[in-house]
Design a protein around this ligand. Sequence first.
Ligand code: CAO
Length: 434
Amino acid sequence: MSELLEIKIPDIGDFDGVDVIEVLMSEGLEVRKEDSLLTLESDKATMEIPSPENGIIKEVRVGMGDVVKEHDVVAILELTAGSADAEVTEPTEAAVEPDKEPEPSKAPEAEPVREPAPVAKVQPEPNTSGGVLPYASPSVRRFARELGADLTRIAGTAKAGRITRDDVKAFVKQSLQGGAQSSTTGGLNLNLPPMRELDFSKFGEIETQALTRIQKISGPVLARNWITIPHVTQFDEADITEMETFRKTNQELAKQRGTKLTPLAFLIKASVAALKEFPRFNSSLSNDGESLVLKNYFHIGVAVDTPNGLVVPVLRNCEQKGLLELAAELAEVSQRARDGRLTPRDLQGGCFSISSLGGIGGTAFTPIINAPEVAILGVSRAFMKPIWNGMEFRPRMMMPLSLSYDHRVIDGASAARFTRYLADMLADIRRVML
Ligand code: CAO
């Protein structure tokens, strides 16, 4: 007998129930692992439920407009050859009969239907080191991509401003009539020659690798931010000799609390202090570009390198948290990011981002601003350096800082003051409490 699999709603964060806004599967449809089966919509984000294996959809148990929650069974999948990698037991009659709901009382017998752990593919709204993504379901995104339509320039007409297929069509129609400009340059008509398509196999052996979903989403957003925001990067170095002594002294305490204290927690605290001192760094340009929105909260995004690409989960209210609490939260959220278990909420509301490559190496880099934020701090590996103190050279541990900022909002002098202030805070972390 074929092997059947119940497809369930995975952990979708703090939502009691979310709407099904798209059903991308039908009975008899052959699907491949990772193909999208459903799109769910929470308050402000959409997420896809992917197929956990290759197979054929035997039964669909949800429809458009249904409200679903974690653990709800939404479909039954018949596995096809090559899809099962673990022991699979035969399903019971109750589980395979297409028209019959499995009886709750028969739960123990229903067990044999394999239970995968699908992971909701969150539409990372505010984003992936790239900015706030327009609000649209993945299939509408795909549709827009196929047509070369820039979603950031389309006004959504559905609930909460969600962009629909019809909105994309209307936009494309308008573009064809001459009402829109280049789709890849955020409205800039650069009139550049198209990139040449090359057949690399002419020059040697090649291999083609598909981009991950995160990479496909973040790439265009990064390109947009890079092209449309006038970036300047300010470099500086912070003397973290004392901070490192303090950090190492408290490492045992951190261990007892089940966490690890890295320089990043200190950087978050120091950044909050600098954002308080220089409020323009904690702002966003209004949509019409006429004013600044200044924020009185301090949510810091941290770039996390995952097997599927870069994501930027947000740690909230960092001004209210101590170093150990931040370290623990950082470890927890970065692990979830690597496991692909972030929820939409984890990715929303950032004020300022930190991209730390300090654990890897390098001396400086130019991070891309995570719009609508106006600045991002890049951190490279600290190193020992002889520093002249007026009388002699002393060995000091110096941490390189690379602050990219939006020059429409921040001028160079402010950026230099910001990094200096940040460096002063890191040099004597007690000042953060003043
Ligand atoms: N200088 C020297 N050492 C540093 C350091 C720095 N600036 N930052 C971290 N380290 C050390 C840590 O103390 C740790 O040392 P031990 O292993 O001896 O304790 C080690 O480097 C590894 O740290 P980590 O990377 O595990 O932890 P973290 O808190 O520094 O960073 C996270 C966590 C999630 C940010 C990181 O793992 C990560 O994903 N970084 C990549 C981010 C990225 O790709 N950015 C590029 C985006 S492009 O804009």
